[in-house]
Design a protein. Structure first.
Length: 101
């Protein structure tokens, strides 16, 4: 499954779990003309956390997702990760460049 949109938040790297793995989360907002846009938080764990380091907030990306539900102590939780992030070749950040080319 894929989602295309703009990165609106990238967390600081944290260390989690017994294996002391790096984790970075980011939020992507869908490309849409709707007034209220959907967004999704995606976690990158271990060596996958390096994928987001070449991007910044405002970048347009296509994210290839991994997702699953897990049961713990009688409760269910969703886990959403990514296995690939591609640049869509643009940023929604404004440019101060007034040149027409």
């Amino acid at each position: 499954m894929t989602i295309e949109g703009k990165i609106i938040f990238i967390s600081e790297e944290t260390i989690v779990g017994q294996k002391q793995l790096p984790k970075i989360s980011f939020v992507i907002e869908e490309n849409s003309d709707r007034e209220f846009k959907n967004s999704l938080m995606i976690d990158l764990l271990g060596d996958k956390s390096d994928m987001i380091k070449s991007f910044k907030e405002g970048d347009a990306v296509r994210v290839f997702l991994n997702y699953r539900a897990r049961e713990y102590d009688g409760r269910w939780f969703n886990s959403i990760g990514a296995w690939k992030i591609e640049s869509m070749g643009g940023s929604s950040a404004s440019s101060n460049d007034d040149l027409p080319f």
